[in-house]
Ligand binder design. Sequence first.
Ligand code: HEC
Ligand code: HEC
Ligand code: HEC
Length: 239
Amino acid sequence: MRKLLAIAFIGIITAGAYGAANPLLSSPANNINEWQRKIKAFKKPQIETGKEYPKPFHIENGYKYKVQDVCVACHTYAPHKKDEKFSPFYNAHSTFLSCNTCHFVESGLDYKWEEIKDGKITLKEFGNFYGTSYVKVDGKVMLSGMNSDARIVPVYNGVPVEIPLKGNESLLKDAKAVASMHNALTDEPLKCLDCHKPNGKLDFMGLGFSSQRVKDLEHNDVVNGLVKYKVIHFPKFVW
Ligand code: HEC
Ligand code: HEC
Ligand code: HEC
């Protein structure tokens, strides 16, 4: 494994400090009553808790997914299941991409690595976040950056498009805030080939991936195979 590179902090933003500027909260809140009803009726996805470790993954891994942002507090890190073929990959990517990396799409976004600790977002320029590994999360196998909770987040006018959970718990019951969050999201979230191609949405090099990794990510056999392959018979990856 690579040695930890210099970590440059380019800004620490406290949760409460950017409320109004955060596009997730400054979007108009439509259909508040409807959202009130949806929040009430919402059933949080159940994460299976079976102890069986899918073969051939023998090695236990101590990684625990930490719920650090409001999206995951409601939806969990594994909210996708509609699309049988790609959902496990959307779920797996949610361990190293903020939900908003795919669900918040605007022109002029920057993408940075973030870490959320104690309700504070720290944007990081460099670190040893890259390289994927298979990790165990609540009994399921997922992909994640090694030894790191860091995730890629979109940054809009200098503001990370993310709402930490800590300090913002009241938003979970605030239908107006929830309406505005969802209104801010795109109807066309990013799909595999939006990123896994040359000059895709993310500047892989700028995010610190090595040139070899950039090549692998831009010309990814798994992605290309999946896109071509019609049905994938994958026994429970992340459901
Ligand atoms: C208070 C709980 C709550 C929070 C916080 C929350 N959501 Fe949701 N989300 C919901 C509910 C409820 C629905 C509607 C589900 C339904 O209609 O069945 C929903 C729906 C969605 C949908 C699907 C819309 C569709 O067309 O089906 C997406 C995508 C989504 N949320 C993403 C996010 C993201 C990203 C965040 C964080 C910015 C987030 N949500 C925060 C409760 C929440
Ligand atoms: C790698 C990109 C990506 C990431 C990361 C991602 N999503 Fe999605 N998500 C999508 C796409 C694409 C769809 C639409 C899938 C379709 O309809 O084919 C989707 C659909 C959804 C839906 C609709 C339900 C379903 O089964 O499709 C919800 C809810 C949702 N996302 C929530 C989230 C939340 C919450 C997070 C963070 C934990 C997240 N997403 C992270 C790409 C992503
Ligand atoms: C928003 C951009 C984005 C989208 C959309 C996206 N990915 Fe990725 N993907 C990444 C990044 C960034 C990594 C590298 C993660 C790391 O190394 O920490 C990655 C890694 C991977 C890897 C591991 C590659 C390797 O060389 O180890 C696979 C496989 C993969 N993605 C498949 C998919 C599939 C399949 C989809 C669609 C369902 C998808 N990705 C959608 C950004 C994206």
